[in-house]
Ligand binder design. Structure first.
Ligand SMILES: Cc1cc2nc3c(=O)[nH]c(=O)nc-3n(C[C@H](O)[C@H](O)[C@H](O)COP(=O)(O)OP(=O)(O)OC[C@H]3O[C@@H](n4cnc5c(N)ncnc54)[C@H](O)[C@@H]3O)c2cc1C
Length: 281
Protein backbone atom coordinates (compact mmCIF):
# COMPACT_ATOMS: atom_id res chain seq x y z
CA UNK A 1 0.00 0.00 0.00
CA UNK A 2 1.12 3.57 -0.73
CA UNK A 3 2.65 5.53 2.13
CA UNK A 4 0.06 7.98 3.54
CA UNK A 5 2.57 10.76 4.33
CA UNK A 6 5.19 10.58 1.58
CA UNK A 7 6.42 8.86 -1.57
CA UNK A 8 6.36 5.14 -2.27
CA UNK A 9 5.19 1.86 -0.85
CA UNK A 10 4.77 1.78 2.95
CA UNK A 11 6.72 -1.51 3.13
CA UNK A 12 9.77 -0.18 1.31
CA UNK A 13 12.24 1.83 3.35
CA UNK A 14 15.46 3.54 2.31
CA UNK A 15 17.31 4.61 5.46
CA UNK A 16 19.93 7.33 4.96
CA UNK A 17 23.25 5.48 4.39
CA UNK A 18 25.87 5.94 7.18
CA UNK A 19 28.26 7.83 4.85
CA UNK A 20 25.51 10.31 3.95
CA UNK A 21 24.59 10.72 7.62
CA UNK A 22 28.22 11.45 8.43
CA UNK A 23 28.41 14.02 5.61
CA UNK A 24 25.17 15.71 6.70
CA UNK A 25 26.27 15.82 10.34
CA UNK A 26 29.52 17.47 9.28
CA UNK A 27 27.67 20.09 7.24
CA UNK A 28 24.67 20.70 9.51
CA UNK A 29 25.84 19.76 12.99
CA UNK A 30 24.20 17.11 15.18
CA UNK A 31 20.98 15.89 13.57
CA UNK A 32 17.85 15.84 15.68
CA UNK A 33 14.95 15.01 13.35
CA UNK A 34 11.44 15.86 14.52
CA UNK A 35 9.39 12.66 14.79
CA UNK A 36 6.62 12.22 12.20
CA UNK A 37 3.10 13.19 13.26
CA UNK A 38 0.99 10.12 14.05
CA UNK A 39 -1.58 9.20 11.44
CA UNK A 40 -4.20 9.26 14.20
CA UNK A 41 -3.47 12.98 14.78
CA UNK A 42 -4.14 13.78 11.13
CA UNK A 43 -7.23 11.56 11.03
CA UNK A 44 -8.61 13.47 14.02
CA UNK A 45 -8.19 16.73 12.05
CA UNK A 46 -10.45 15.51 9.22
CA UNK A 47 -13.83 17.09 9.98
CA UNK A 48 -17.37 16.01 9.16
CA UNK A 49 -18.06 15.64 5.45
CA UNK A 50 -20.33 18.34 4.01
CA UNK A 51 -21.37 16.13 1.09
CA UNK A 52 -24.57 14.09 0.84
CA UNK A 53 -24.11 10.31 0.58
CA UNK A 54 -23.46 8.79 -2.87
CA UNK A 55 -22.73 5.14 -3.66
CA UNK A 56 -19.47 6.02 -5.45
CA UNK A 57 -18.24 8.52 -2.84
CA UNK A 58 -16.07 7.44 0.09
CA UNK A 59 -16.29 9.97 2.93
CA UNK A 60 -14.16 8.03 5.43
CA UNK A 61 -11.44 10.03 7.19
CA UNK A 62 -8.75 7.57 6.00
CA UNK A 63 -9.59 7.99 2.31
CA UNK A 64 -9.98 11.76 2.60
CA UNK A 65 -6.60 12.03 4.36
CA UNK A 66 -4.90 9.93 1.66
CA UNK A 67 -6.19 12.26 -1.08
CA UNK A 68 -5.54 15.57 0.69
CA UNK A 69 -2.05 16.39 -0.64
CA UNK A 70 0.33 15.74 -3.51
CA UNK A 71 4.04 14.91 -3.32
CA UNK A 72 5.81 18.27 -3.11
CA UNK A 73 8.06 19.21 -0.19
CA UNK A 74 5.36 21.52 1.30
CA UNK A 75 2.89 18.61 0.96
CA UNK A 76 5.24 16.29 2.87
CA UNK A 77 5.87 18.93 5.53
CA UNK A 78 2.09 19.33 5.96
CA UNK A 79 1.70 15.60 6.48
CA UNK A 80 4.82 14.78 8.46
CA UNK A 81 4.51 17.77 10.81
CA UNK A 82 0.75 17.23 11.17
CA UNK A 83 -0.04 20.63 9.66
CA UNK A 84 -2.53 19.57 6.96
CA UNK A 85 -5.74 21.46 7.64
CA UNK A 86 -7.80 21.03 4.47
CA UNK A 87 -9.23 17.75 3.25
CA UNK A 88 -11.69 16.78 0.53
CA UNK A 89 -15.20 16.15 1.86
CA UNK A 90 -15.32 12.92 -0.08
CA UNK A 91 -13.44 10.93 -2.72
CA UNK A 92 -15.36 9.54 -5.69
CA UNK A 93 -14.27 6.38 -7.52
CA UNK A 94 -16.05 6.26 -10.90
CA UNK A 95 -15.59 3.27 -13.19
CA UNK A 96 -17.10 4.59 -16.42
CA UNK A 97 -17.56 7.87 -18.30
CA UNK A 98 -21.23 7.76 -17.30
CA UNK A 99 -20.23 7.51 -13.62
CA UNK A 100 -18.08 10.63 -14.07
CA UNK A 101 -20.97 12.50 -15.67
CA UNK A 102 -23.30 11.41 -12.89
CA UNK A 103 -20.77 12.55 -10.26
CA UNK A 104 -20.38 15.97 -11.88
CA UNK A 105 -24.17 16.41 -11.71
CA UNK A 106 -24.12 15.26 -8.07
CA UNK A 107 -21.33 17.77 -7.32
CA UNK A 108 -23.21 20.60 -9.03
CA UNK A 109 -26.38 19.81 -7.05
CA UNK A 110 -24.34 19.77 -3.83
CA UNK A 111 -22.62 23.07 -4.74
CA UNK A 112 -19.27 21.26 -4.51
CA UNK A 113 -15.90 22.04 -6.06
CA UNK A 114 -14.42 19.10 -7.99
CA UNK A 115 -10.74 18.14 -8.09
CA UNK A 116 -9.83 15.52 -10.73
CA UNK A 117 -7.21 13.17 -9.25
CA UNK A 118 -4.90 10.79 -11.14
CA UNK A 119 -1.93 9.35 -9.28
CA UNK A 120 -1.70 12.19 -6.76
CA UNK A 121 1.95 12.91 -7.67
CA UNK A 122 1.37 16.62 -8.28
CA UNK A 123 4.17 18.85 -7.01
CA UNK A 124 2.39 22.17 -7.57
CA UNK A 125 -0.52 22.05 -5.13
CA UNK A 126 -3.37 21.59 -7.58
CA UNK A 127 -4.93 18.61 -5.83
CA UNK A 128 -4.89 20.31 -2.42
CA UNK A 129 -8.39 21.41 -1.36
CA UNK A 130 -8.70 25.11 -0.57
CA UNK A 131 -10.30 26.42 2.60
CA UNK A 132 -13.76 27.18 1.22
CA UNK A 133 -17.39 27.35 2.27
CA UNK A 134 -18.27 24.92 -0.53
CA UNK A 135 -17.69 21.20 -0.07
CA UNK A 136 -14.86 19.64 -2.07
CA UNK A 137 -15.21 16.41 -4.04
CA UNK A 138 -11.98 14.77 -5.17
CA UNK A 139 -12.67 12.59 -8.19
CA UNK A 140 -10.16 9.75 -8.45
CA UNK A 141 -9.69 7.97 -11.77
CA UNK A 142 -7.97 4.97 -10.14
CA UNK A 143 -10.67 2.51 -11.26
CA UNK A 144 -10.48 3.66 -14.90
CA UNK A 145 -7.30 2.02 -16.20
CA UNK A 146 -8.13 -0.15 -19.21
CA UNK A 147 -6.75 -0.18 -22.74
CA UNK A 148 -9.95 0.34 -24.75
CA UNK A 149 -8.63 0.17 -28.30
CA UNK A 150 -5.40 -0.27 -30.24
CA UNK A 151 -5.53 0.90 -33.84
CA UNK A 152 -2.55 -0.88 -35.39
CA UNK A 153 -2.92 0.97 -38.70
CA UNK A 154 -2.65 4.47 -37.24
CA UNK A 155 -0.66 3.35 -34.17
CA UNK A 156 -3.18 4.99 -31.85
CA UNK A 157 -4.02 3.51 -28.45
CA UNK A 158 -7.11 4.58 -26.49
CA UNK A 159 -6.92 4.23 -22.71
CA UNK A 160 -9.13 5.11 -19.79
CA UNK A 161 -7.30 8.12 -18.37
CA UNK A 162 -6.66 6.75 -14.87
CA UNK A 163 -4.13 4.18 -16.07
CA UNK A 164 -0.76 4.56 -14.32
CA UNK A 165 2.59 4.20 -16.12
CA UNK A 166 3.49 0.55 -15.40
CA UNK A 167 0.01 -0.76 -16.24
CA UNK A 168 -0.15 1.32 -19.42
CA UNK A 169 3.18 -0.03 -20.68
CA UNK A 170 2.26 -3.59 -19.62
CA UNK A 171 -0.99 -3.50 -21.61
CA UNK A 172 0.81 -2.12 -24.67
CA UNK A 173 3.77 -4.48 -24.37
CA UNK A 174 1.41 -7.46 -24.46
CA UNK A 175 0.53 -6.28 -27.99
CA UNK A 176 4.11 -5.38 -28.99
CA UNK A 177 3.85 -1.60 -28.50
CA UNK A 178 5.17 1.12 -26.22
CA UNK A 179 4.24 4.74 -25.50
CA UNK A 180 7.74 5.61 -24.29
CA UNK A 181 6.64 8.15 -21.68
CA UNK A 182 8.65 7.74 -18.49
CA UNK A 183 8.46 10.66 -16.05
CA UNK A 184 10.29 9.95 -12.79
CA UNK A 185 6.88 9.57 -11.16
CA UNK A 186 6.03 6.83 -13.73
CA UNK A 187 5.19 4.28 -11.00
CA UNK A 188 2.10 6.19 -9.84
CA UNK A 189 1.33 9.04 -12.25
CA UNK A 190 -1.43 8.52 -14.81
CA UNK A 191 -2.10 9.22 -18.46
CA UNK A 192 -4.79 11.81 -17.60
CA UNK A 193 -2.38 13.46 -15.16
CA UNK A 194 0.41 13.56 -17.76
CA UNK A 195 -1.87 15.42 -20.18
CA UNK A 196 -3.31 17.76 -17.55
CA UNK A 197 0.22 18.71 -16.41
CA UNK A 198 1.97 18.70 -19.82
CA UNK A 199 4.54 16.27 -18.51
CA UNK A 200 7.81 15.08 -19.99
CA UNK A 201 9.86 12.00 -19.24
CA UNK A 202 13.30 10.43 -19.12
CA UNK A 203 13.18 9.35 -22.77
CA UNK A 204 11.30 12.31 -24.20
CA UNK A 205 14.31 13.32 -26.33
CA UNK A 206 13.59 10.20 -28.34
CA UNK A 207 9.84 9.61 -28.03
CA UNK A 208 8.71 13.21 -27.62
CA UNK A 209 6.99 14.95 -24.71
CA UNK A 210 3.36 14.21 -23.87
CA UNK A 211 2.13 17.00 -26.15
CA UNK A 212 3.64 15.11 -29.10
CA UNK A 213 2.17 11.77 -28.01
CA UNK A 214 -1.31 13.02 -27.11
CA UNK A 215 -3.68 12.64 -30.07
CA UNK A 216 -7.23 12.95 -28.76
CA UNK A 217 -9.45 12.71 -25.71
CA UNK A 218 -12.87 12.43 -24.23
CA UNK A 219 -13.66 14.93 -21.52
CA UNK A 220 -16.62 15.12 -19.16
CA UNK A 221 -17.33 18.75 -18.26
CA UNK A 222 -20.03 20.40 -16.16
CA UNK A 223 -21.53 21.49 -19.54
CA UNK A 224 -21.48 18.01 -21.09
CA UNK A 225 -19.12 15.74 -23.01
CA UNK A 226 -16.36 17.04 -25.25
CA UNK A 227 -14.72 14.73 -27.76
CA UNK A 228 -11.38 15.80 -29.17
CA UNK A 229 -10.75 13.82 -32.33
CA UNK A 230 -7.27 12.53 -33.19
CA UNK A 231 -7.03 14.59 -36.36
CA UNK A 232 -3.57 15.26 -37.78
CA UNK A 233 -2.20 18.80 -37.46
CA UNK A 234 -4.71 21.31 -38.76
CA UNK A 235 -4.40 24.87 -40.05
CA UNK A 236 -8.05 25.63 -39.31
CA UNK A 237 -7.59 27.53 -36.05
CA UNK A 238 -6.58 26.90 -32.44
CA UNK A 239 -5.90 23.27 -31.54
CA UNK A 240 -8.21 22.27 -28.66
CA UNK A 241 -5.61 19.70 -27.55
CA UNK A 242 -3.32 22.59 -26.65
CA UNK A 243 -5.99 23.96 -24.31
CA UNK A 244 -6.22 20.67 -22.47
CA UNK A 245 -2.46 20.18 -22.13
CA UNK A 246 -1.40 21.66 -18.80
CA UNK A 247 -4.97 22.64 -17.88
CA UNK A 248 -4.59 20.97 -14.42
CA UNK A 249 -8.16 19.68 -14.36
CA UNK A 250 -9.77 23.10 -14.81
CA UNK A 251 -11.70 22.26 -17.99
CA UNK A 252 -13.22 18.96 -16.92
CA UNK A 253 -12.31 15.35 -16.31
CA UNK A 254 -10.33 13.55 -19.01
CA UNK A 255 -11.93 10.11 -19.04
CA UNK A 256 -10.27 8.67 -22.15
CA UNK A 257 -7.14 9.58 -24.06
CA UNK A 258 -5.73 8.54 -27.41
CA UNK A 259 -1.96 8.40 -27.66
CA UNK A 260 0.52 7.72 -30.47
CA UNK A 261 2.34 4.46 -29.81
CA UNK A 262 5.28 2.70 -31.46
CA UNK A 263 6.49 -0.84 -31.88
CA UNK A 264 8.63 -2.02 -28.95
CA UNK A 265 12.25 -1.58 -30.10
CA UNK A 266 14.28 -4.74 -30.72
CA UNK A 267 17.00 -3.51 -28.38
CA UNK A 268 17.62 -0.58 -26.07
CA UNK A 269 20.93 0.77 -24.76
CA UNK A 270 21.38 3.19 -21.86
CA UNK A 271 24.73 4.83 -21.16
CA UNK A 272 26.01 7.21 -18.52
CA UNK A 273 29.00 9.44 -19.18
CA UNK A 274 31.16 10.67 -16.31
CA UNK A 275 33.66 13.52 -16.70
CA UNK A 276 36.51 14.03 -14.28
CA UNK A 277 35.88 17.77 -14.05
CA UNK A 278 33.34 20.45 -14.90
CA UNK A 279 35.67 21.95 -17.53
CA UNK A 280 36.25 18.65 -19.33
CA UNK A 281 32.50 18.00 -19.28
C1 LIG B 1 9.08 11.88 -7.42
C2 LIG B 1 8.41 12.68 -8.52
C3 LIG B 1 8.95 12.68 -9.79
C4 LIG B 1 8.34 13.44 -10.83
N1 LIG B 1 8.89 13.40 -12.08
C5 LIG B 1 8.32 14.10 -13.09
C6 LIG B 1 8.89 14.06 -14.41
O1 LIG B 1 9.89 13.38 -14.67
N2 LIG B 1 8.27 14.78 -15.38
C7 LIG B 1 7.15 15.53 -15.12
O2 LIG B 1 6.63 16.15 -16.06
N3 LIG B 1 6.60 15.58 -13.88
C8 LIG B 1 7.14 14.88 -12.87
N4 LIG B 1 6.58 14.91 -11.61
C9 LIG B 1 5.34 15.66 -11.39
C10 LIG B 1 4.06 14.78 -11.56
O3 LIG B 1 4.37 13.44 -11.40
C11 LIG B 1 3.45 15.02 -12.93
O4 LIG B 1 2.92 16.31 -12.96
C12 LIG B 1 2.37 13.99 -13.32
O5 LIG B 1 2.06 14.19 -14.68
C13 LIG B 1 1.09 14.08 -12.50
O6 LIG B 1 0.29 12.96 -12.83
P1 LIG B 1 -0.77 12.35 -11.79
O7 LIG B 1 -1.54 11.29 -12.48
O8 LIG B 1 -0.10 11.95 -10.54
O9 LIG B 1 -1.72 13.59 -11.56
P2 LIG B 1 -2.26 14.27 -10.18
O10 LIG B 1 -1.11 14.57 -9.33
O11 LIG B 1 -3.30 13.34 -9.62
O12 LIG B 1 -2.92 15.54 -10.76
C14 LIG B 1 -2.14 16.56 -11.34
C15 LIG B 1 -3.05 17.60 -11.99
O13 LIG B 1 -3.75 17.01 -13.09
C16 LIG B 1 -5.16 17.03 -12.89
N5 LIG B 1 -5.67 15.74 -13.38
C17 LIG B 1 -5.23 14.50 -13.05
N6 LIG B 1 -5.92 13.56 -13.73
C18 LIG B 1 -6.82 14.23 -14.50
C19 LIG B 1 -7.84 13.82 -15.41
N7 LIG B 1 -8.07 12.52 -15.70
N8 LIG B 1 -8.59 14.78 -16.01
C20 LIG B 1 -8.37 16.09 -15.76
N9 LIG B 1 -7.43 16.54 -14.90
C21 LIG B 1 -6.66 15.61 -14.29
C22 LIG B 1 -5.35 17.24 -11.39
O14 LIG B 1 -6.56 17.89 -11.10
C23 LIG B 1 -4.14 18.12 -11.06
O15 LIG B 1 -4.40 19.47 -11.39
C24 LIG B 1 7.17 14.19 -10.56
C25 LIG B 1 6.62 14.17 -9.27
C26 LIG B 1 7.23 13.43 -8.26
C27 LIG B 1 6.62 13.42 -6.89
Amino acid sequence: MKRWNGWGNANTDYPVPPAALEYLTKRLGPLDPTPDAAKQTLLAAVGESRLPAHRRVDASAETRLRHARGQSTPDWVDMRYGRADTFPDGVAFPETDEDVRDLLTYARNAGAHVIPYGGGTSVVGHITPLQTDAPVLTLSLERMRRLLDLDETSHLATFQAGVAGPELEEQLKARGYTLGHFPQSFEYSTLGGWIATRSSGQQSYHYGRIEGLFAGAQLETPRGRLEIKPVPASAAGPDVREMLLGSEGRLGVITQAKVRVRRVPEAEGFFGVFFPSWEQG
